[in-house]
Design a protein around this ligand. Structure first.
Ligand code: ADP
Ligand code: MG
Length: 373
């Protein structure tokens, strides 16, 4: 058998399913685009738990008419132009793959958008499965963008069936991920973003799932999402420590020189006091960020839980932890869904984090321990 290139159309379809893995990644990509566009108000509307449509409406920058043709073309992005930019990138998106993937993975994909120079008139654009413009028309629209995705995964029958079968669970996962995006604005330069999430079932009415009021305060966002009970017995997490670059990493960077490089790291957020964790396993109450970017935390989460358990063996904490470090000390381009982030010298970082957390917990027992009050 000879080796041949797969045609571009098939390549696109093969890779799209890796960018948008499930309902939660579909929604995540749209919300990230709204945040990247500087929106201060974002509304996520699910119809029938996202099975019918997912719609994200924002009041961000809008998309200029000159860019309308390239909105959903693969690897077209306004955020990154060269590989070198990757170590400095501050936007959520940078791969130019999300919208093109969504086009390949749904029945109808529509964008309605207006920049401040077009508003109050905007443009409504329909894309085909290859991300090419199918139709374009004028429509009333204030500044911002609305993206509507209908019948997600229709072109992938097995994944569509999975989504249909587990739709409530998938919807919960999407809500949980959206909770972390409700906390993101607090992690990002203290800019408040109003996030409203609703669902409308077939023949039912629209039900608001949760809503934040655009406050930059992390506590006010927690209050908006989980209610006042969640704020009881929760304290600030504010750690600073230095991480030495692991020897093996240094050798790779410069084999002749093993001068240790020290990276300053901060971990900020909120955590439960000892005696009042959030239950035995509380993965739906633990949110981790790297420089304000929600991610699948792995070792950092494990470390925080381990230290917490030495003070409360029965429970895990409610925790919101934003790991702040120089952008060149992490690699955000690990997986197509961007949920994995490699932290340089992660083992050293985790060790230093554990020590800092232990010290904070034991040196101020009165702050962290309700029973001692
Ligand atoms: P990426 O976010 O990696 O650039 P996407 O496929 O998610 O790739 O989006 C492609 C481009 O479309 C973005 O670079 C951006 O210029 C534009 N875009 C997408 N969504 C929005 C939005 N809500 N507001 C403004 N521009 C948007
Ligand atoms: Mg994007």
């Amino acid at each position: 058998m000879s080796i041949r290139a797969i045609d571009a159309h098939s390549v696109h379809h093969i890779s799209s399913g890796q960018v948008v893995i499930d309902l939660q990644t579909a929604v995540k990509e749209l919300v990230e685009n709204s945040l990247d566009a500087g929106a201060t108000s974002i509304e996520v509307r699910f119809q029938h738990y996202g099975l019918k449509t997912i719609e994200v409406v924002d009041n961000g920058s809008g998309i200029a008419p000159k860019d309308h043709d390239s909105i959903a073309l693969k690897h077209y992005t306004s955020k990154l132009s060269s590989f070198e930019d990757l170590s400095r990138v501050l936007t959520f998106g940078f791969r130019g793959e999300a919208l093109s993937s969504l086009c390949a993975l749904c029945d109808d994909f529509t964008v309605t958008t207006a920049t401040c120079s077009e508003a109050p008139m905007g443009t409504v654009i329909e894309m085909d499965r290859n991300g090419k413009m199918r139709s374009k028309g004028k429509i009333a629209r204030q500044r911002g963008t609305t993206v509507t995705v209908s019948n997600l995964f229709k072109p992938l029958p097995v994944r569509r069936k999975e989504l249909e079968r587990n739709v409530k669970r998938e919807f919960q996962k999407a809500l949980n991920l959206l909770h972390s995006y409700a906390l993101v604005p607090c992690a990002l330069e203290n800019k408040g973003v109003r996030l409203t999430v609703s669902n409308q079932t077939e023949g039912g009415r629209k039900v608001v799932q949760f809503k934040t009021d655009g406050s930059p305060s992390i506590r006010i966002s927690v209050l908006a999402v989980w209610g006042s009970k969640a704020l009881e017995n929760i304290v600030d997490l504010d750690l600073s420590f230095d991480v030495e670059t692991e020897k093996s990493v240094m050798k790779r960077v410069d084999p002749d020189n093993d001068i240790s490089i020290v990276t300053p790291v901060k971990v900020q957020g909120l955590i439960s006091k000892f005696a009042v964790g959030a239950g035995r396993t509380s993965v739906d109450r633990q949110f981790f960020f790297v420089n304000g970017r929600p991610y699948n935390p792995g070792k950092v989460q494990k470390a925080i839980n381990e230290v917490y358990r030495t003070f409360n063996i029965n429970q895990s904490p409610f925790v919101i932890a934003n790991v702040i470090l120089p952008t060149n000390a992490c690699d955000i381009n690990v997986s197509p869904d961007k949920r994995t982030i490699f932290l340089h010298s992660e083992n050293n970082l985790v060790q230093a984090l554990k020590t800092a957390l232990e010290t904070a917990f034991s040196s101020s027992r009165s702050t962290y321990d309700v029973t001692s009050q």
